[in-house]
Design a protein around this ligand. Structure first.
Ligand code: SF4
Ligand code: SF4
Length: 227
């Protein structure tokens, strides 16, 4: 049984989840939501959210402040002194589960960062590694911020799906980093950020005619040329 079974989802309560443009486009499309319904920017002066992995973005209203692009949090229904991912569906606490059970409300469309937790790609990029999870996800030692009830083991995860998710996550992270470099050369307003994201990601799919494709194929590869 996965450690997530019957869990109160301390991970979805503790962490600011960094998202990529691909995550934004997918959630907008699948959930019929607007950018402003679920995306926020969190100050990340110490780099504690992006951790050298996710990009930081700058905006013209606070040009000195690096921001992480994240999922919004909202107040917990049953533990109002705490917050949670706005997509987390909470169950009421009871005698068997004093912290309640909880589940992701957008499981099929959840961001890459959520799909790969708690794994990372090995330095070779070939193998998924499970890393140790601390007991709490936030410095406030509230029980609701406790993390996984037991250490994860390889049998908890599908090896093929896990590596695929990690490879996609890394690919999209690198693309989003490139985007940040372009944006940060001349930061615009936070209000214009959704249009920028939409513009870039729509351009990731283009159509080419057969003639254009053939013109790109080097003559040294006759196999690919029309007979
Ligand atoms: S805290 Fe750990 S066990 Fe609980 S839902 Fe998150 S990943 Fe699963
Ligand atoms: S999107 Fe789902 S899995 Fe990710 S933090 Fe929110 S509730 Fe948890």
């Amino acid at each position: 049984m996965s450690p997530c079974q019957n869990c109160h989802a301390g991970c979805c309560r503790s962490f600011a989840v960094s998202i990529t443009g691909a995550d934004i486009i997918r959630i907008e499309r699948d959930l019929k939501l607007n950018f402003w319904d679920f995306v926020c920017r969190w100050e990340d002066r110490e780099g504690l959210i992006t951790r050298g992995q996710a990009p930081q973005f700058y905006f013209d209203d606070e040009p000195e402040v690096p921001f992480a692009i994240c999922l919004m949090h909202s107040q917990s229904q049953f533990f109002p002194q705490s917050t949670k991912c706005r997509f987390l569906m909470e169950g009421a606490p009871d005698r068997d589960f004093p912290l309640g059970e909880a589940r992701c409300g957008i499981y099929g469309s959840r961001p890459s960062a959520c799909r790969i937790f708690p794994t990372r790609l090995s330095s070779s990029g070939q193998i998924a590694e499970i890393y140790d999870i601390p007991s709490h996800g936030r410095h406030e030692q509230l029980p609701i911020y406790e993390l996984c009830p037991r250490p994860w083991i390889p049998a908890d995860l599908d090896p093929v799906q896990t590596v695929e998710d990690l490879v996609i996550a890394r690919f999209e992270q690198l693309f989003f980093q490139q985007l940040a470099r372009v944006w940060n050369k001349s930061p615009q307003s936070w209000a214009s950020f959704p249009d920028f994201i939409r513009f870039v990601y729509e351009k990731r799919l283009i159509r080419k005619t057969a003639d254009e494709l053939e013109a790109e194929i080097p003559a040294t590869i006759p196999f690919f040329r029309a007979a």
